[in-house]
Design a protein around this ligand. Structure first.
Ligand SMILES: Nc1ncnc2c1ncn2[C@@H]1O[C@H](COP(=O)(O)OP(=O)(O)OP(=O)(O)O)[C@@H](O)[C@H]1O
Length: 343
């Protein structure tokens, strides 16, 4: 468990004081992928850099694996940092060293003997998918390959925690997906905790189990990603959810699609979890004497679950429509809402 209590960081500049992280309290479970999302300036980078004390906190406490990070002296901190790997948006590689030499660097600093170091580097190269590129220099690599070197280097000393500071923000969408897949693979294979900060909701959606939303140096909302997607409380969270789901303003257009001349019912079906929407719609049409038409829908695939909303028009005898709605409510995990009813 990573436990953060009342964490603060104030930067003092010549003109003013900036509370980059403001009395932040958060618990992060071990072994998962935890996302922290926020807009630029929310304090995400400062927060993640406080976790390994690349920034010194102004106040508060950080405990990782029963060790109080905030209480360590500098030599203890050097040792403990081996348990906390980090990757960066711009990779922070050593440009005059090859792939192999970059990955070996933290092992050299930790005093690992040469033979053991070479074996470990080879293992890491295989793990991140860089076999054949051992002797390349960073300038000869693509962005995705550079981040793979960053990941291998961060994992060299077998950390318990991996901090990712906007690790995919400099990458194109395809490469982003490949790197996110690699992070999931590493999390599953090595069981280490990943803390990832980003301003992109699709990154959270794709790989995180839990998320915290930051604004003005504070966590304003947190929970399971699915819950936060389904019931965003804060305005900032709603905006992030809209990044991947579109806005609810489209609901007005739905009323127009279901025009004054339409009969039957306009339903909003809210899907959560594994329910596949297409089979359900055709099943309804088979089970009941109704016509059913999809007017509009937005379903998104999360790491394990799908969720989203379909607007459908149902027509038929009132009794049959009642039975179909009852069936949806009782026999499926779909939340159903009758928006209009014209008989
Ligand atoms: N070294 C510093 N000195 C002074 N102010 C700083 C320093 N580092 C960060 N800040 C300020 O702290 C606030 C939070 O910055 P931070 O970089 O943590 O936010 P962020 O959410 O990571 O945003 P971004 O993605 O743009 O980096 C900002 O107002 C920033 O200007």
């Amino acid at each position: 468990m990573i436990s953060i209590k009342g964490l603060s960081k104030t930067f003092t500049t010549t003109n003013n004081q900036i509370k980059a992280v403001d009395d932040l309290t958060l618990d992060i479970n071990e072994g998962g992928i935890f996302g922290v999302i926020g807009y630029s300036g929310a304090g995400k980078s400062t927060f993640v850099r406080l976790l390994n004390r690349l920034e010194e906190p102004t106040g508060g406490e950080i405990v990782i694996d029963e060790q109080e990070i905030t209480a360590l002296n500098s030599s203890q901190l050097r040792m403990t940092r081996q348990d906390i790997g980090m990757i960066f948006q711009h990779f922070n590689l050593l440009w005059s060293r090859t792939v192999k030499e970059n990955i070996a660097f933290p092992l050299e600093i930790a005093g690992v003997p040469k033979r053991e170091r070479e074996d470990r580097v080879q293992e890491l190269i295989e793990l991140v998918g860089l076999a054949g590129r051992e002797h390349a220099y960073p300038s000869q690599l693509s962005g995705g390959q550079k981040q793979r070197v960053g990941i291998a280097r961060a994992l060299a000393n077998r950390p318990k925690v991996l901090l990712c500071d906007e690790a995919t923000s400099a990458l194109d969408p395809e490469t982003t997906n490949a790197i996110l897949d690699l992070l999931v693979d590493i999390n599953e294979r090595l069981g280490l905790t990943i803390i990832l900060i980003t301003h992109e909701m699709h990154v959270i959606k794709k790989i995180c189990k839990q998320v915290a939303v930051m604004e003005n140096g504070k966590v304003v909302e947190q929970g399971d990603v699915l819950d936060v997607f389904l019931r965003p409380q804060q305005q900032v969270t709603k905006k992030f959810v809209e990044q991947v789901m579109g806005s609810n303003e489209e609901d007005d257009d739905i009323e127009k699609l279901f025009s004054a001349s339409s009969t039957g019912r306009l339903l909003r079906l809210h899907f959560v979890g594994e329910t596949a929407n297409q089979p359900l719609i055709s099943k309804l049409a088979k089970l009941f004497s109704i016509d059913i038409n999809i007017l509009q829908g937005k379903i998104t695939q999360m790491q394990h679950d799908a969720y989203g909303t379909l607007f459908v028009q149902m027509d038929g005898e009132p009794d049959e429509m009642d039975r179909a709605v009852q069936y949806l409510a009782d026999e499926t995990s779909v939340e159903v809402e009758v928006i209009r009813n014209v008989e």
